[in-house]
Design a protein around this ligand. Structure first.
Ligand SMILES: Cc1cc2nc3c(=O)[nH]c(=O)nc-3n(C[C@H](O)[C@H](O)[C@H](O)COP(=O)(O)O)c2cc1C
Length: 166
């Protein structure tokens, strides 16, 4: 066992050994479509149905959430690295950011990434401030899955991976 410095880089290193899935969270604020790649998504409560993800307070997605009531989660499949990278690119132009990404729209007009394995449409239940991020809790309003039961995109040690053996 090797103890690391108590800093952000070390937390990234240790937390990076925890493999996660990858999702794109989306919202519309003031007629502008917003999106952000996230690996902090989690299912939170079954009764009532709640989910959560964490958003950096300095991000444009955080700003957008303060001006809207709904968001959606699109769970990415293996091979969607390009989509994940695009929606994690800091400062990318917001206008037409979905031009090259096939998508549908929820009844609230929120983009849903077409290649996803599943979609969760939510209203914002609450946002809890914690350090440099907010924990965003969503009340689940609609759940959908793709007919295609493909493998998920994984994020581990700072890189995208497919599911071994799939
Ligand atoms: C795999 C992956 C997971 C990420 N997860 C999160 C997350 O959970 N919360 C977050 O705030 N940013 C996360 N990011 C970073 C955001 O995607 C990125 O900072 C954001 O899209 C920048 O957009 P902006 O320039 O519009 O603020 C993640 C990035 C990657 C590559």
């Amino acid at each position: 066992m090797r103890e690391l410095e108590l800093d952000a880089q070390s937390l990234r290193t240790v937390a990076g050994r925890y493999a996660t899935g990858v999702a794109v969270v989306t919202a519309v604020a003031d007629g502008v479509e917003h999106a952000m790649t996230t690996n902090s998504f989690a299912s939170l409560s079954l009764d009532p149905l709640l989910v959560l993800f964490c958003v950096e307070r300095s991000s444009r997605f955080h700003e957008a959430l303060k001006q809207t009531s709904h968001f959606a989660v699109s769970v990415l499949p293996e091979g969607a690295d390009h989509t994940a990278r695009w929606f994690s690119l800091r400062g990318r132009p917001l206008a037409d950011q979905f031009a090259e990404v096939p998508h549908m729209r929820s009844e609230h007009g929120v983009p849903l990434v077409s290649e996803a394995l599943g979609w969760i449409e939510c209203s914002i239940h609450s946002m809890i401030s914690a350090g440099d991020h907010d924990i965003v809790i969503g009340s689940v309003e609609k759940l959908s899955i793709s007919e295609q039961d493909a493998a998920p995109l994984l994020f581990w040690k700072g890189r995208f991976h497919g599911l071994p053996g799939s």
